[in-house]
Design a protein around this ligand. Structure first.
Ligand SMILES: *[C@@H]1O[C@H](CO)[C@@H](O)[C@H](O)[C@H]1NC(C)=O
Ligand SMILES: *[C@@H]1O[C@H](CO)[C@@H](O)[C@H](O)[C@H]1NC(C)=O
Ligand SMILES: *[C@@H]1O[C@H](CO)[C@@H](O)[C@H](O)[C@H]1NC(C)=O
Length: 338
């Protein structure tokens, strides 16, 4: 009797194991199907898949030679420096195609293994921050007379996108190498008449600052306000200007501004009183993620409200954000002048 019951309980255990195993197989199967399906739909969002993209290779420069490149710029009436380049210093880099509603345009990128965020994504999908680009584009298609002020342009995704839609752009960045890439993209797209490239950082004081570039993410380049006396630091040194130095570029124009300067937004706005009083800025697309959890958010709000700007989640849906709860705002905010 004892033996029999023992045997039957062994059988039950064996059966249970089988059922358990079967369940496991079913669960794994469901997970695999689900993953496959979501993979398919994410590919569908970006129809230009990596393998289907056309590649173009144009002469630019090797990144490891960049520190030996002579830096030249054209002076302006203000302190802003218009980027210039010694053409015979061009060597080789990769340029891929950026998608816009008006067809594709070449964009020269960093080696994706050195720039895992933007260059790598642009190479694979032909776009970056697709929803924000789309929102920006829809404004330019509606108001083609706007000028675009791309503050923190990086390799120029927004600049080239807007230029391809026929807009005029002033593109600013502190990182010389990114501007060299953009300079080539502008030439390849024949946008020389529409795009002005400026090599400066933007702040509320005039000084020399050091640009720090995180490993594998040039888009995360940010400024460190330290006076360097060490001349070997020269490669990452950049001079700041204020927004007021850009007034001459936007006289009697309506402006769409994009600010993505990695936490320096507040200082840039503080130094821009004359700019906001004499230039008709209609839209500001601002990266908010750096300001969410510190007091800079409130300070930015109190600079922009008196100029007539109100914050929105989206340029089309017109959902206004709650001024008192800026810590709940999304990663990017549209300020629209009312
Ligand atoms: C933005 O996306 C919408 C919906 O996908 C599309 O109809 C529209 O043409 C796009 N606009 C731009 C400027 O890309
Ligand atoms: C679209 O691109 C073509 C050539 O690439 C250009 O001739 C045309 O002006 C562009 N459209 C707009 C609205 O700028
Ligand atoms: C920055 O450094 C350069 C070269 O050392 C110098 O000529 C220039 O005056 C400095 N600019 C400021 C604002 O300190």
């Amino acid at each position: 009797m004892y033996l029999r019951s023992c045997k039957s309980s062994v059988m039950i255990i064996v059966k249970r194991r089988r059922i358990f195993f079967l369940l496991l197989v079913i669960i794994v199967f469901i997970v695999v199907i689900f993953e496959w399906h979501s993979d398919q739909s994410s590919v569908r969002t970006f129809p230009t898949k990596f393998s289907e993209r056309d590649y173009v290779s144009f002469p630019v420069f090797q990144e490891n030679t960049i520190n030996h490149i002579t830096r030249i710029w054209k002076p302006t009436k203000s302190r802003a420096r218009v980027f210039d380049m010694v053409e015979d210093q061009l060597v080789k880099s990769e340029c891929v195609l950026l998608d816009t509603p008006n067809g594709t345009t070449p964009i020269c990128i960093y080696d994706p293994s050195n720039d895992r965020m933007i260059s790598s994504y642009v190479k694979d999908y032909g776009t970056w921050e697709h929803d924000l680009l789309n929102a920006t584009g829809s404004v330019f298609l509606r108001y083609p007379e706007l000028s675009f002020f791309d503050l923190g342009c990086n390799i120029g995704v927004y600049t080239l996108y807007v230029a391809k839609l026929g807009g005029h752009v002033v593109a600013v960045d502190a990182v010389w190498t990114s501007l060299s890439l953009l300079h080539t993209s502008v030439k390849l797209g024949h946008f020389q008449k529409r795009v002005t490239i400026i090599w400066n950082a933007v702040s509320d004081v005039y000084e020399n600052v050091t640009v720090e570039i995180p490993p594998s993410n040039v888009g995360g380049a940010h400024l460190v306000s330290k006076k360097s006396t060490d001349s070997s630091d020269f490669t990452n040194l950049v001079e700041t200007v204020t927004l007021n130095d850009f007034i001459e570029f936007f006289k009697s124009k309506k402006v769409f501004m994009k600010m993505d300067i990695e936490g320096y937004e507040l200082r840039a706005l503080r130094g821009g009183q004359d700019f906001f009083e004499s230039v008709d800025v209609r839209y500001i697309l601002m990266e908010w993620v750096h300001h969410r959890y510190n007091d800079n958010g409130n300070k930015i709000i109190h600079i922009l409200l008196p100029y007539g700007f109100l914050p929105y989640t989206n340029i089309n849906q017109h959902i206004m954000l709650n001024i008192d709860r800026s810590n709940t705002w999304p990663e990017n905010v549209f300020w629209i002048k009312r």
